[in-house]
Design a protein around this ligand. Sequence first.
Ligand code: ATP
Length: 311
Amino acid sequence: MLAVVPPPVTVRVPAKVNLHLSVDDLREDGYHELVTVFQALSLTDEVTVAVTEEPGIEVYGEGEGSVPTGPENLAWRAVEALAAHVGRSGEPKVRVVLRKGIPVAGGMAGGSADAAATLVGLASLWNLDVTRDELAEIAAGLGSDVPFAIYGGTALGTGRGEQLVPVLSRHTFHWVLAFAAEGLSTPKVFGELDRLRAAGNPPRIGSHTPVVEALASGDPRQLALLLGNDLQAAAVSLRPDLRRTLRAGVNAGALAGTVSGSGPTCAFLCEDAQSAVEVAAELSGAGVCRTVRVAHGPVPGARVVGGDDAN
Ligand code: ATP
C-alpha cells in the first residue's frame, strides 16, 4: 500500500521592531536582562515545509547568500526540537524552503521568525495536536525572540525577551524600514554596549510604562516621542553611518526613528500610510541605506497561508 504524503505547508511570519528595549547590566552568567516592547510588522518571511526523501534547507530572497543551510540554521534546529518533543527518531524527512523578506542580521529577528514558522508549519504538516502555547515553550528553547514570532501582535517581553505579556495596541502604526548594506552581529552589539558602559555612563532609556500607555491611546505622535533602545548607542558606535540614516528619515518627514533591536536596520514611525509612502520615497533617494520598505503593525504571528490555523 502506498503511504499518503501530506501536501507542503507554507507559513507567513512577521519581523519585529522593538519600540522600547532596555538592557540591564551584564550578569555573571554572561546574559543581560531585558525589558522590551515588540511589535510584529507586515514585513515577512515565508517558510514552506514538505515531507521529502532529501532533508535540508533552501534559502531564497533577502541575504540568501549569508544564511547557513546546514544544521546551524535556526529553522533546522526548530525541526529537530519539534521532532524530539513528539518522540520522532532518526533524521526528520523534511525539506524547509525559506523565502526571506526580513533582512539577515538586521535586528528584526529574521532567523527567529523562520524557527517560529517552521514549528507552526510542521505542527500542521505532521498533524500534531499541539497548542500555540506548547509551540511557544519549544520556541523559547531555540532563542529569546522565537516565542514572540509565534504570537505576533504587540507584547511586553522580559527575562531575555522570551517571557511575554500581550500589550493592547489600538491603532495600526505605519513604519518605514531602512536596510543597511551589511548586517550586524547581535553579540557584538551587546559587547559594544558593555564596553561603552565600562568606559563611562551612556544614558539609559526610562521605564516601558509610557510606551504601553501610548500604544493604548493609539496616537503615533505620542508613541514617537517615547521610542527608545539602549542598544542604539552601541549599534551607532559600531556603524557611525547610522546617525546619518536616522537623521535622513526624520528630515524626510518621519515622526521619529530608532535602530531596530541590535540594528543596523533603522525603523521610522510615520503619521499614517500616505506619509510612510512619502518618507520611503524620499529616503530611497537620500543614499543613506541599501533598501527601503514600508510596513505596518501590529500583525499576527506565524500563520499557515490559506489555512485555518486557529490554535
Ligand atoms: P535578532 O534581532 O534576533 O538578534 P537578527 O535579525 O539581527 O537577529 P538574524 O537574521 O536572525 O539576525 O540572523 C543572525 C545570524 O543567524 C545570521 O547572520 C545567520 O548566520 C544566522 N542564521 C541562522 N538561521 C538563520 C535564518 N533562518 N535566517 C537568517 N539567519 C540565520
